[in-house]
Design a protein around this ligand. Structure first.
Ligand code: G3P
Length: 217
């Protein structure tokens, strides 16, 4: 299973890269806005740190606009993946971009039927948003399970990026379902490291080591 980081914050990316757990990056206009920086500058800086896929998202509505944006983004670095929205125009852009060898990530996917259409269009990745489905009292992980079943049935090469991840449970459930990738916000990634019994166990072992070390030769 690959871990992507869902962020445009350089310091967070550097930390995850140093720990060897950053297989790629996803961004969106909200994350770029939060960074307070120009999209091209941020993406190019990320590309100096991360060799895996880096998703960049545009705002085009028509197929033509999306293809134009994608062509520009793909000049920024060799590992750019272009995020395209789950619309008819978006999937037309995916078809065109896939012929041009530009990798795509179909975003704002909320149902198995949308994922199936994106895979048939030749998307490199699809991003179902589990957290936003949970927010409206639907079952985000059920959608992942259905998409994985469909992709396996037909051997689609399209990889599933579980997005809108809000908890460690989302990541663990994604792994159990065999999702290819989870794109994880830095805050959630941090929580994944910890368990109170780990901290307690380390403390106890240290105490016992100290207690024992002067009692035997
Ligand atoms: O990158 C898309 C995505 O992960 C959005 O997450 O938390 O804004 O629903 P969220």
């Amino acid at each position: 299973m690959k871990f992507f980081l869902d962020t445009a914050e350089i310091e967070d990316i550097k930390k995850a890269v140093a720990l060897g757990i950053c297989d790629g990056i996803t961004t969106n206009p909200t994350l770029i806005m939060k960074s307070g920086r120009n999209q091209k500058d941020v993406i190019q800086e990320i590309a100096k740190i991360v060799s895996g896929p880096i998703s960049a998202e545009g705002i085009g509505d028509t197929t033509e606009e999306m293809v134009k944006e994608a062509e520009e983004f793909s000049t920024w670095a060799k590992n750019i993946v272009v995020k395209v929205p789950m619309t008819k125009e978006g999937l037309n852009a995916v078809r065109i971009l896939s012929k041009k060898g530009i990798k795509t990530n179909v975003t704002l996917v909320f149902s198995p039927s949308q994922a199936l259409l994106a895979a048939k269009a030749g998307a490199t990745y699809v991003s179902p948003f589990v957290g936003r489905l949970d927010d409206i009292k639907e079952d985000g992980m059920l959608v992942i399970s259905e998409i994985m079943q469909i992709f396996r049935n037909y051997g689609f090469a399209t990889e599933v990026i579980v997005a809108s991840v809000r908890s460690t449970k989302h990541v663990v459930e994604s792994a159990k379902l065999g999702a290819h990738i989870a794109t994880i916000p830095p805050k959630v990634l941090e929580i994944m490291w910890h368990h109170s019994l780990t901290d307690k166990g380390i403390q106890t072992f240290k105490e016992h080591y100290e207690k024992h070390k002067n009692t035997v030769k």
